[in-house]
Every structure is written in structure tokens, then in C-alpha cells.
Design a binder for this molecule. Structure first.
Ligand code: WTA
Length: 687
């Protein structure tokens, strides 16, 4: 990775002028206070929220040192609150009921809707009452598999209101992935929708969910209800898909009747239409007062063993952290219109589409579609339409749009923008510069936000009114976050240098456990360096103290900002009877950041045919999801293993890019395999 662009960009004048934190001096002062006296720092912030009962025990308590016993993190012991109440009731009671919470913008530009805080509160209470009537109680897990529609926000807040735990599964995951997650969480209710158009593609969500429910049933996990939003009735179908299939998706012919109505299979006794369920239900539902350390949600993220981990966040600390990072990182003010393009199915959507903005009483855009449909200027069109001032997207989207040049951006007046955020992977300086100059007209502040599903919110980020930024650097730690870089022996790298990126103490938003497996939480994040939370990323600190995250140092890879483990993909591939063994590595990709490069060793008697390659790609799609489809598939007559049998992935990464400079391979059991692998490289662009 290049050391980036060392040019420095000062905060945009107009942002700094009104900022919540408008200078580095102020940042340093606040940061120091957050470390020296976390109780005073976060206690002041907590005063802005409603607590039904105040802290009675320790404000913060933790153990990060596994050699001293169990790892734990606790904030605001004894306090009681409800995050849904803080997102909705608090604002409505303050007279903000008529304020727009979301401008919903459909996949098709013809579809749009406005929803206020007051309306959301009523709908949330109705759905909360529907769940309660089904016997969903505090602590129960509710799986959510939905498109980007307001009902998704309603569903998660309704679950939180009654003290249940939501487990949202991104709508691009396959039935197998959904089933795995529902089984692990032992979810008793599923909330989904009939289907959704994503660009010109139809995603038949209910059909996929039904397949997942069959798997749950077969494993004796009892699901009480599948609550289904009828969404297709209200949306405009893409012209291009009126006949035929797109990318293997079922055609309109099979999914729509003669009158153009979307058809769904129905399991009576299990399926309930959302609109029917809420019809005669009270819009009043008192919130469940929760202990601050009660679970709020779990969200599965890839683990290096291949089995996804249910990252668990709790009510109180997450609430403070989501709200505070949103306020400072985007420098949010009441007249802003904010637009985060992430799907709520990922952590970015949890924290920065729903909770962060709503806790701040913000007005946001909720976008159902994709950046390039029906045209490549879709983001800019939306920004112009709603006069968006704060925009948050991923480097992969920026790179994809950059390819079309400046013209599609310049067509729209998007001068309302003042802060542009980036998340999900390291942003390359070229993409940073394009974002700044072309999208931001060199009159914005850029916030390259580093964080993880596990961290709950931004942990390293510039503040747009204070931090002079360097393209490619996430800059400095957020309040309460104490960064360290460690070498292989766990020795701290002070000053300039590179190492493992770790944190020395908890901030309020850090995850508390892996659902159902606390030991896995301890070994994954705390075992390598006792006393530290280990991110799994590497980072460099430059002479000015700026942090440059260099990417994963474990067997994880980041495809279009989605974290995958190589083991997860390998286990999908070896399920195919023709595959004896496989090894998957990341290969750099111009738009996706990284893509999957798969090596497969075939079982005796199989040929590496085009047909097999298609089958293998499909295997990964059905086991994980379409976003994980491999870009490269290569035959490997053997894999480069050390004498102890460990695959030397470094060599595979070199072969993947055609680089013969692979350093010392003397520990390989059979060094000649490297040349064999070179000879089997697929031609560029061919899988
Ligand atoms: C990577 C997404 C560099 C990193 C919020 C991390 C980043 C993983 C950045 C978490 C960034 C995220 N710069 N790398 N600004 N943001 N990453 O859990 O490798 O989906 O560990 O959370 O994404 O991915 P996750």
C-alpha cells in the first residue's frame, strides 16, 4: 500500500465556523478530558438523554487483560433507559413530532415518501404491540430481513422498544446465510417483505426467507411468526425487467400475475401481513425500561474460522456512542439534511442510518436503490433534490462512480454538501481527491471514518471543523478511544512506525460479547495482546501522529466494503463434491478494493471445466450471497504448504497478481508447486 498523499487539507471554512469542535486545540482538550475523566465526559453527554433511572453503581468498569480473568465491559451500572424512547418519544415530547425523520427515496425515482418523527412513533408502537401479542418478550431475538424501507426502521425500533434483541440480516444474503443466523440466535420471529427491486433486479425476499424458515423448522427451531410487509404493491417496476430474467433472478412472468400483482407463497399459521396486523392495534405502547447493559442487538460479522460471529451490543453505551460520533463526525446541526447510502443490514446502517441520526433528531434520506440505477447520476440527483448537506458513502461506490468521469456529477447542483464521509475500507488517495474536488467542489471537509461492527461507531476519524486531513488517513482517535500500535512481540511502537492496531481501554460503544460464545469473544479480540482490544487491522503512525490504517492482517478480506473471511468462502467451495481442497486470497480490484481469488484442488477424476467454474461460483452465491461471488477461480494441482501443513497464503497472493517476487519460500514442503501454480493462472479478466 502506498503511503498516500501527504498534502494537508484544512477544514472547510464554512464547516469550522459553526462546528461543535472547531479547532485542534478544542479537539485535544476534549480528547484529554475523555481519557482522564471518562465519567465526567460521558456523564455530561448522558444528561442530554432520558434515563428512567440514573447510575447507581460504577460509571465504567472493565477488564481487558485476559491473564487477570474474564473480559468484561460495563458502562453506567444501575441506570435504566430505552433507546427507542430516546430516538422518538423524547423528540415528540419536545414538540418535534412534525419534523421529517426520513425522506424515503425508492429504487425508482418516481417512488418517494416523507415520514415524520410523530408518524414513526405511532407505527413503532403498533408493531411493538403486534410483537407483544405474539408473546415476544424482553431478551427474545427477532430476525429482520428487509429492504431499505421505512418499515425496516420501524421494525428495529419496535423490537428495541419492548426490550427484545434485533438481529438484522442484510437483504443480499442467501437463504442458507439467513438460516445460519436465525439458528444461532434462536430467533422466534422473522420480519421480512414480499420482495424488492434493487436496480433492475428483483430480490424475492419472502421466497428466500421461506427457504430459510424451512431449514429452521428442520432443525426444530420454532419460529412463531413471519411478519411480511407488502412492498411491491407500492413501487414502480423497472422497465428493463418487464420480460426475461436478469442475473438469474426469477422473471416477472413467474412472480407477477396477469394484472401485474406480485405473487407470494403463503404459510398460514406462520405468515402475517404487516398492514393487516397493525390495522386495529393501539398506537400506544409504553417502552420497556432496560438496564444499560441489557442487549440491544446482535449483528453477524465474518470470523476467521469461517463461522460468523454474533457481535452483541448493549443499550446504554451504544446509545451514547452512536449519538456522539454522529454529532461530531458529521458535525450535525438541526438544519442539515443527512444521507448515508449504507444498507441498514450492515453496522454502518445500524449506527448511521437509524440510531445516530434519530438520537440527534436529524432529518435523513433513506434510499432503497443503487447508485447507478436508473442512471449513473442517481446519488447526485438525490443530493440535489433534498439539498443534502452531509453525505456518507463507501470508497467502492466512489471508485465505481469515478469511472464515469466528472460530467455526471457536474450536471447537478450539489453545492449544499459540506461534509463528505467515507467508510468500510481504506480510501485510496485518488478516490479521496476525486471525492473532495469533484463531489465536494474543494469546499467540503472529508471524514474518512475507521471503525468496525465490533466498535459500534467511529473510533478513528477526523472531525470536520477541526482536523486538517491527509488523503488516505483516518487521522486521529475519537473521544474516549486510546490507540496503540504493537509489534509482533506485543511491544508498543511509539511515535512514527507501523504495527497492529489495538485499543487500550473501552469506549462506550464497544461490543460486549459474541452472542452465545463469550470465549470466542475473548480469544478473537483479547488473547493475542493481553490488556488490549485487537482490531485485526494494521496501521502506521506518521511523523505528525496521523494514523493510516493499512488493512486486515488476518485471513479476512474486504470486498466492496463487506468483510468476508477466506475460511467462509473455502468452506463453501469444498462442499462441492469435485473439490478436494481450496484456498482463497484477496486480490486488489480497481472498484471493489479487493476481490476473491480462489484456488481449488480437485478430487480425483474431475476436470476443471467452464461448467464446474460456474457451479463453484454459484456455490459461493448460495452459501453466502451474491456480493461474495468470486472474481477468479484457478485450478491448483497442489497448494503451497509448509512442512507443518500450513498454507503459505503470501505465495498465493503473489501468484494471484502475477508477481514472482515472493521472497523466502524455503520452508515450503515442495517449492516447485509455485511454478506449477503460475502456469495455471487464468488469463486476465477470465474466471
Ligand atoms: C475496514 C465497517 C480503513 C477495516 C464499519 C475494519 C476500514 C473493517 C475503514 C470493519 C477505514 C472500515 N479505513 N479500513 N475508514 N473502515 N475499514 O465490521 O479492515 O464491516 O476492520 O465495519 O473494515 O468492517 P465492518
Amino acid at each position: 500500500m502506498s503511503h498516500g498523499n501527504e498534502q494537508i487539507f484544512n477544514p472547510a471554512e464554512r464547516v469550522a465556523k459553526i462546528s461543535h469542535c472547531s479547532s485542534m486545540e478544542q479537539y485535544k482538550q476534549m480528547y484529554d478530558k475523555s481519557l482522564k475523566d471518562p465519567e465526567a465526559f460521558w456523564g455530561d453527554i448522558a444528561k442530554n438523554f432520558h434515563f428512567e433511572q440514573n447510575v447507581t453503581g460504577k460509571f465504567m468498569d472493565y477488564n481487558f487483560d485476559i491473564s487477570k480473568g474474564k473480559i468484561f465491559i460495563r458502562w453506567m451500572e444501575g441506570a435504566k433507559t430505552n433507546i427507542c424512547y430516546n430516538c422518538l418519544d423524547r423528540h415528540v415530547l419536545a414538540g418535534k413530532g412534525d419534523q421529517v425523520a426520513f425522506y424515503w427515496e425508492g429504487n425508482d425515482p418516481a417512488d418517494a415518501e416523507v415520514v415524520t418523527y410523530g408518524e414513526l412513533l405511532k407505527e413503532v408502537c403498533r408493531v411493538a404491540n403486534v410483537l407483544k401479542a405474539k408473546g415476544v418478550a424482553k431478551g427474545d431475538r427477532v430476525a429482520i430481513y428487509m429492504p431499505m424501507i421505512k418499515e425496516l426502521v420501524v421494525a428495529m425500533l419496535a423490537v428495541a422498544r419492548i426490550g427484545a434483541v434485533h438481529s438484522i440480516v442484510f437483504g443480499g444474503y442467501s437463504a442458507d446465510s439467513l438460516a445460519d443466523r436465525m439458528l444461532d440466535a434462536q430467533a422466534s420471529v422473522l420480519i421480512t417483505a414480499d420482495a424488492v427491486w434493487r436496480g433492475a433486479k428483483l430480490i424475492a425476499l419472502k421466497e428466500i426467507a421461506d427457504d430459510a424458515l424451512k431449514v429452521c423448522q428442520a432443525k426444530n427451531v420454532k419460529v412463531k411468526m413471519s411478519l411480511v410487509v407488502q412492498h411491491m404493491k407500492n413501487v414502480t417496476a423497472p422497465q428493463a425487467s418487464s420480460n426475461g430474467t436478469a442475473n438469474g433472478n426469477p422473471s416477472k412472468k413467474t412472480h407477477f400475475d396477469d394484472k401485474g400483482n406480485f405473487k407470494v407463497g403463503w404459510n398460514s399459521g406462520l405468515d402475517v401481513w404487516w398492514h393487516e396486523a397493525v390495522k386495529d392495534v393501539s398506537s400506544d405502547c409504553p417502552p420497556e425500561w432496560m438496564d444499560t447493559e441489557d442487549p440491544l442487538f446482535m449483528l453477524y460479522t465474518s470470523g476467521s474460522t469461517g463461522k460468523p460471529k454474533g457481535v452483541l451490543h448493549t443499550v446504554g453505551g451504544y446509545m451514547l456512542y452512536a449519538a456522539t460520533t454522529f454529532k461530531y463526525t458529521f458535525d450535525y446541526h438541526p438544519d442539515d439534511v443527512y444521507f448515508c447510502t449504507a444498507d441498514i443490514g450492515w453496522i454502518t446502517g445500524h449506527t448511521y442510518v437509524t440510531y445516530g441520526p434519530m438520537l440527534n433528531n436529524a432529518t435523513s434520506v433513506l434510499f432503497e436503490g443503487v447508485p447507478t440505477y436508473p442512471h449513473i447520476g442517481r446519488f447526485w440527483e438525490i443530493i440535489k433534490k433534498y439539498k443534502v448537506s452531509k453525505f456518507y458513502t463507501a470508497p467502492t461506490a466512489i471508485r465505481a462512480l469515478m469511472k464515469f468521469g466528472d460530467e455526471p456529477v457536474k450536471k447537478y447542483d450539489i453545492s449544499s454538501l459540506s461534509v463528505l464521509g467515507s467508510v468500510g475500507e481504506p480510501i485510496n488517495p485518488e478516490a479521496w481527491m476525486w471525492y473532495y474536488q469533484i463531489v465536494g467542489d474543494s469546499n467540503v471537509s472529508i471524514a474518512d471514518t475507521f471503525w468496525q461492527t465490533e466498535t459500534g461507531g467511529h473510533v478513528i476519524t477526523p472531525l470536520p471543523g477541526a482536523t486538517p486531513t491527509k488523503p488516505g488517513s483516518a487521522c486521529f482517535p475519537f473521544f474516549g478511544v486510546e490507540v496503540a500500535l504493537l509489534d509482533d512481540e506485543g511491544k508498543e511502537v511509539k511515535g512514527e512506525g507501523e504495527g497492529y492496531l489495538v485499543f487500550r481501554r473501552p469506549w462506550p460503544g464497544i461490543m460486549r460479547t459474541v452472542y452465545g460464545n463469550h470465549e470466542r469473544f475473548e480469544t478473537t479480540y483479547f488473547k493475542k495482546f493481553p490488556g488490549f482490544y485487537c482490531t485485526g487491522d494494521g496501521a502506521r503512525r506518521d511523523k505528525d501522529g496521523y494514523i493510516w490504517v493499512t488493512g486486515r492482517i488476518d485471513d479476512m478480506l474486504n470486498v466492496s466494503g463487506h468483510l468476508l473471511s477466506t475460511a467462509q468462502v473455502e468452506s463453501a467451495l469444498v462442499e462441492h463434491p469435485a473439490v478436494a481442497e481450496s484456498a482463497v486470497v484477496a486480490r486488489p480490484h480497481a472498484v471493489k478494493g479487493e476481490c476473491l481469488y480462489c484456488y481449488v484442488t480437485l478430487a480425483e477424476g474431475n476436470d476443471f471445466t467452464e461448467k464446474l467454474i460456474v457451479e463453484l461460483r454459484n456455490k459461493v452465491r448460495t452459501k453466502i450471497g451474491a456480493f461474495a461471488t468470486p472474481d477468479y477461480m484457478q485450478l491448483a494441482p497442489g497448494l503451497p504448504k509448509t512442512r507443518s501443513g500450513k498454507i503459505m497464503r503470501r505465495v498465493l497472493r503473489k501468484v494471484a497478481v502475477g508477481d514472482r517476487d515472493f521472497g523466502d519460500i524455503s520452508t515450503l514442503a515442495d517449492p516447485s508447486i509455485v511454478e506449477v501454480l503460475f502456469q495455471h493462472r487464468p488469463k486476465e479478466g477470465k474466471v
